[in-house]
Design a protein around this ligand. Structure first.
Ligand code: SF4
Length: 360
C-alpha cells in the first residue's frame, strides 16, 4: 500500500506586515496569477476515470500508483473508495485496477492480465504517444536516448516499451558519458513534464556529440507543461516571490519552481496547501507570483489566494499567456455504460476547475 498522505494542519492566519520601499514609503502589495495553471487534459481524464469507475462498479477500485501526482486528489479519491497500491501484485485476483496517468510498461499490463485483473487504462494519451514512438523506433533498430528523471513512473513505463534499446539521460550533465552502439542510428525522446529549456540544452549537447541523432516526430514535452512554464516565466520576472501549488513528487510542479528561479523570481517555494506558506517568506515582498502544477485542482490555488489576502495581497492580476481547451475522451473501458449506452462524458473529461475539497 502507498503511505497515507499527511493531514493538512489547521492554518494560522498570515499577518499583514507593511512592505517599505527604499524611501521608507509602503509599497503596494499584489499577486500575479499565472494562466494557464492547474489541471491539464490528461489529469482531468484520469481523475474522472477513477470517479466514473467508483460510480459504476462501487468501492473499492484499485489504482496502481497515485492516479496523478497530487496528494489532495489522492486523499479525496481514497475517501470515495479508491485504494492506491504500488503494484498490481497487491490487487486481489479478479479485482479492477486503474493504471495512472503516467502510464505503465507492457510487463505491468502482462502481470495484470496474468492475475485476471479488469484494467482501466488512464494513461494520458500524450504519454501513450511517447510509448508508441519508443516502440516504433525500437522496431526500426534505433537506440533511444530517453531524456528524463530516473525513477519517475512515466520514465519506467516508457523504458518498458523498449527496454533493450533505451538509455536514460538524466540531463545535460550525463551527455558526455552516454555510450551508444551506433551514433548513426540514434533518436532522442523525452519525459512529458521536463523543463523545456533544460531539455533543449541536453538536446544541444547530444547533437554536438551525435550529429546524426534524430528528433522525435513531434514534441514529447506536452502542451500543458510548456504552457505553464511560459506563463510562469512571464510572471517570475516581476515577482519577488513565486508560490507554486503542487506536490513534491509532481515533476511539472517542481519544474515550475526551477523555471521561476531561472527567470527572475527572487525566491520560489512549493506548497501543497495554504497552511504551508510561511510568514517569513513574505518579508519585504511586494509582488507574489502564483501558479500550480498540472495535477492541482483550482480550489487549492483559491485557498492560497485567500491566505495571501489576509496578509494584504488582495490585488490579483491574471497573466494569461495561452488559452487551453483540449479535452481527452475517457478510457475506452468507460466509454459505454452497463446498458451499452455511450457515456455522456465519453467524448471528453470534465474540466474540473472547481473540484471541491471534501471534508478537509
Ligand atoms: Fe498528459 Fe501533459 Fe497532463 Fe502529463 S502533464 S497528464 S502528459 S497533458
Amino acid at each position: 500500500m502507498l503511505a497515507p498522505p499527511p493531514v493538512p494542519a489547521a492554518r494560522e492566519p498570515l499577518l499583514d506586515v507593511p512592505v517599505l520601499g527604499p524611501d521608507g514609503a509602503p509599497l503596494a502589495k499584489r499577486i500575479l496569477l499565472a494562466a494557464p495553471r492547474g489541471y491539464c487534459a490528461g489529469v482531468d481524464r484520469a481523475v474522472v476515470a477513477v470517479e466514473k469507475a467508483l460510480e459504476r462498479y462501487g468501492a473499492p477500485v484499485y489504482v496502481r500508483k497515485q492516479i496523478v501526482h497530487n496528494i489532495h486528489v489522492v486523499r479525496t479519491l481514497e475517501r470515495a473508495g479508491a485504494i492506491f497500491v504500488d503494484d498490481v501484485d497487491e490487487v486481489p485476483p479478479g479485482a479492477r485496477v486503474v493504471f495512472s496517468a503516467h502510464g505503465v510498461s507492457p510487463a505491468v499490463e502482462a502481470e495484470a492480465a496474468s492475475r485476471g485483473l479488469d484494467t482501466i487504462d488512464a494513461t494520458c494519451p500524450l504519454v501513450t504517444k511517447v510509448h508508441r514512438e519508443a516502440t516504433k523506433f525500437a522496431k526500426q533498430d534505433y537506440q533511444i536516448l530517453l531524456i528524463g528523471h530516473a525513477g519517475h513512473e512515466e520514465v519506467e513505463g516508457t523504458m518498458g516499451h523498449a527496454p533493450e534499446r533505451t538509455i536514460l539521460v538524466n540531463g545535460p550533465h550525463e551527455v558526455a558519458t552516454v555510450e551508444v552502439a551506433d551514433p548513426d542510428k540514434l533518436v532522442w525522446l523525452s519525459q512529458t513534464t521536463l523543463s523545456v529549456d533544460e531539455t533543449m540544452e541536453t538536446v544541444r549537447l547530444l547533437r554536438e556529440r551525435f550529429p546524426h541523432i534524430q528528433d522525435p516526430p513531434s514534441d514529447d514535452i506536452c502542451y500543458a507543461t510548456q504552457n505553464r512554464q511560459v506563463a510562469i516565466k512571464q510572471v517570475a520576472r516581476d515577482a519577488d516571490l513565486v508560490i507554486v501549488v503542487g506536490s513534491r513528487n509532481s515533476s511539472n510542479t517542481m519544474r515550475l519552481v526551477d523555471v521561476s528561479l531561472e527567470h527572475g523570481a527572487k525566491a520560489a517555494h512549493r506548497v501543497d496547501y495554504a497552511h504551508e506558506i510561511r510568514q517569513e517568506w513574505l518579508d519585504g515582498v511586494a509582488t507574489i507570483g502564483v501558479t500550480s502544477g498540472a495535477s492541482v485542482p483550482e480550489v487549492l490555488v483559491r485557498e492560497v489566494l485567500e491566505a495571501l489576502g489576509e496578509a494584504g495581497y488582495r490585488d490579483v492580476a491574471e497573466v494569461v499567456t495561452a488559452e487551453e481547451d483540449l479535452m481527452f475522451s475517457l478510457p475506452k473501458e468507460l466509454r459505454v455504460d452497463a446498458a451499452g449506452q455511450q457515456d455522456e462524458r465519453a467524448l471528453g473529461g470534465r474540466r474540473r476547475l472547481d473540484w471541491q475539497r471534501q471534508g478537509d
